[in-house]
Design a protein around this ligand. Structure first.
Ligand code: ADP
Ligand code: MG
Length: 731
């Protein structure tokens, strides 16, 4: 029996013991977080007020107050069994990082007490030298600082044998440059708030102090049995299969989407949700996705900063919990060829501090008008900054989705739905120059309808779709930290909200009454940005042609997409809104190009090893078997006069030739690949990334094609790599 055959016998789900009855979620939701409610019980009223003021108005608390909170936090955490604490941050690796310290402090020889101070709460100093900084931090200056983000509650992470207090922090260099993805997000929310509050003032909302972005990321993922995973070096090294013939049954029967969830997977989902609830992550939706063994988790939306932290945590939890069920959770954008990849639909909207959703058309004509102004800002932002949106999702994994005819294409367009489109079309034809107070929007409808999902969500192919009171950015990769796409959306919307507000003021000073001024500006923006709106099928050939005619960019390669970050107009935009300095922006550009190259090099080296150490040996074993058989059969024909049809013998000979050729093609192309990698190593990063996109990737695909051909003929016994039909269908 081959390794695979032995494995097949072993695959079985973990036997779970039922410990106790499921608890009511509300009875334990957030029990492991130090949220405002918990804080209230542990600190003085004055400090709590100061803390709230800090959250709402940016007035920093004193060191004494920080000390008080730190002490309360420590007591709370220790009472819950935590022995360590860590600043929890999000360096540019896209993952989260933690450096644990215990609470102990020596008081006398051999004696310790648990201690934690305001200083330790507020600031940490992990050695930053091994995190990507993209040239921001000279290597001699290894210092990096983590600083407490009080807007995201500290939480306790449990593992089987202990508990750790985690404090969400930003990560900055000695000079205060952002070395992470959280700080820019916080800054962008600030910029967005300012611009939106400013616009709302024009609409008479003088009492709104803060506007923030809200976000609900829908997380797609695959689950496969751990035993298979362990036998696939490509999954271990690259997170995706580099070879593997498609399974005869894939997703063509469409029998997986929303199908009955298998018990083994359901157990995993229950446990993930329970762990998530403890630390306050409001996961709510779970279902089967389109591809076999593909699933989704979606949370109730939250403020973006929290949503981003929670999504990072959820991804960690999913990976951790999967292992307990003898499964592996694959977050890669394209783990398997030929079936759907995974994305992360980023649902985004704006809310003010009173909880109003600014993308809600509202019930009154006044609300309608404000909604249209915000909508116009979104259209303008997406139209003029499509390049930044595209750059915000540019990465090696996502490159397999964008433009690969399954996910939203790399062309950024907006879908609004029929009703809204009609309204905008009417507007575009010309708003009335004067509009009476009671008849604010004379659009053939008395009032804008409430857009619910049924009327807005029919188009699943659009990369930026209005789905009723929110937009859904669908081009985000499943493994990505969502902070960066949110940062970009927030910044470009802030810019467009400012634009719209300025225009309205100008129109007013030109003599127009307010309502007429708003309508004039909205219709102007609608007209100006017409090209970015597309209601049809984004996956169709016609759209590619049409988009080209419209002059919309269609950037398939990561390196080309990232170039947007180096453009003067974009640098100026991020600097204007104090989201990223030029250095910070360029450092991200360098890091992401570098990461792209590293990912491709890891993939290519893994493929090289798989071909040489696994695929070719299997082919040769099989070839040997064929050759031997043909020799023996031919011999028998001659010596023992066994009656054999010439054609039958020739057929076997032909098969031997085919197998021999395939082994040859695989080897020949793999050697070319190795030479290509050598050549690439002498190029600068941009040129290298370009070469990888244009030559290395197609070459790897080509090698794969021959390997997959071999897989289809080599005897099952000789083929050691778990096959698609097993990984995706054996439960
Ligand atoms: P789907 O897009 O799969 O049909 P839904 O539309 O029901 O799913 O919801 C998708 C996500 O959108 C959920 O995570 C939900 O919390 C989020 N969402 C809903 N309203 C908002 C909002 N105002 N701001 C941000 N996200 C939102
Ligand atoms: Mg969705």
């Amino acid at each position: 029996m081959g390794i695979r055959q032995e494995l097949l016998v072993k695959i079985k789900s973990v036997d779970l013991e039922k410990v106790d009855q499921p608890k009511k979620v509300s009875s334990y939701f957030g029990e492991n977080t130090f949220n405002l409610e918990t804080m209230q019980k542990h600190i003085s009223k004055e400090t709590l007020e100061a803390f709230k003021l800090w959250m709402n108005e940016g007035k920093i608390i004193t060191l004494e107050q920080a000390n008080e909170i730190a002490n309360a936090l420590k007591d709370w955490a220790i009472a819950k069994g935590a022995t360590y604490y860590t600043h929890w941050f999000q360096p540019m690796t896209g993952l989260t990082a933690e450096k644990h310290d215990s609470f102990i402090s020596i008081t006398a020889p051999g004696k310790v007490i648990e201690k934690f101070s305001g200083n330790k709460l507020i600031q940490g100093e992990p050695d930053a030298s091994s995190f990507p900084s993209g040239g921001i931090r000279a290597t001699f200056e290894a210092r990096g600082y983590t600083a407490w983000d009080p807007s995201s509650p500290a939480f306790i992470m449990e593992s089987k044998l202990g508990k750790t207090l985690c404090i969400p922090t930003i990560f900055i260099s000695y000079h205060g440059d952002a070395l992470d993805q959280k700080l820019p997000l916080l800054r962008s929310d600030e910029a967005l708030s300012k611009a939106a509050v400013n616009l709302l003032k024009l609409f008479g909302h003088k009492d709104i102090k803060k506007v923030y972005s809200t976000c609900g990321p829908e997380q797609e993922y695959f689950l496969i049995d751990k035993n298979y995973y362990n036998l696939r070096q490509d999954l271990i090294m690259a997170g995706r299969t580099l070879v593997g013939a498609p399974s005869p049954k894939g997703q063509q029967l469409e029998d997986q989407y929303f199908g009955t969830i298998k018990e083994r997977v359901l157990n995993f989902m229950y446990e993930v949700a329970e762990e998530a609830y403890k630390i306050g992550i409001p996961v709510t939706t779970r279902h089967n996705e389109v591809a076999p063994h593909q699933y989704e988790f979606a949370p109730i939306f939250e403020e973006s900063n929290l949503a981003a932290d929670h999504n990072q945590l959820l991804m960690d939890l999913m990976k951790k919990v999967a292992l307990r069920h003898n499964l592996v959770c694959l977050l890669h954008e394209k783990p398997f060829a030929g079936i759907n990849g995974s994305g992360k639909h980023l649902n985004w909207s704006l809310a003010d501090n009173k909880g109003n959703n600014l993308l809600n058309p509202g019930d009154t004509p006044e609300d309608n008008l404000q909604f249209l102004a915000v909508l116009a800002a979104v259209l303008r932002a997406v139209y003029y900054h499509a390049d930044l949106l595209r750059a915000s999702v540019a990465m090696a994994g996502n490159e397999h989705r964008l433009g690969a005819n399954e996910a939203p294409p790399a062309i950024i367009s907006v879908f609004l739905g029929e009703q809204l489109t009609q309204i905008l079309d009417t507007l575009e034809k010309g708003a009335k120059s004067s509009v009476s107070k009671h008849d604010v929007i004379d659009l053939g409808v008395a009032r804008l309808p409430q857009f619910n999902k049924d009327t807005t969500d029919r188009n699943r192919t659009s990369p930026f779709a209005f789905t009723g009171m929110k937009f859904e950015f669908r081009a985000v990769g499943s493994s990505q930290n969502i902070s960066t796409p949110i940062t970009v959306i927030n910044t470009i919307i802030a810019d467009s909200l400012d634009f719209v507000a300025d225009k309205i003021k100008k129109a007013q000073s030109g003599g127009k009454d307010f309502n007429a001024a708003v309508l004039a500006v909205v219709s102007e923006v609608v007209k100006d940005t017409r090209k970015v709106r597309f209601e049809g099928n984004n996956y169709s050939e016609e759209w590619l042609k049409e988009a080209k005619k419209r002059g919309l960019a269609n950037v398939a390669s990561t390196v080309e997409a990232l170039e947007a970050l180096t453009e003067q107009k974009n640098i100026a935009l991020f600097e204007k809104y104090k989201v990223l300095t030029k250095e910070e922006l360029l450092s991200r550009y360098h890091i992401w190009i570098h990461t792209y190259n590293l990912v491709l090099e890891i993939e290519a080296s893994t493929l090289n090893e798989m071909v040489n150490a696994s695929v070719v040996p299997a082919g040769i074993e099989y070839q040997h078997m064929l050759a031997k058989t043909i020799g023996e059969v031919a011999n028998l024909k001659k010596s023992a006069k066994v009656k054999l049809e010439e054609a039958a013998l020739n057929d076997q000979k032909e098969h031997l030739s085919e197998v021999t050729s395939k082994i040859y093609y695989v080897r020949r192309n793999t050697k070319v690949m190795v030479r290509l990698l050598e050549k690439a190593s002498k190029l600068d990063p941009e040129k290298r990334a370009e070469l990888y996109f244009k030559e290395l990737k197609p070459l790897m695909e080509h090698i794969r094609k021959h390997v997959d051909d071999l897989e289809r003929v080599v005897s099952d016994e000789h083929w050691d790599l778990p096959k698609y039909r097993e990984m995706l269908f054996v439960k």
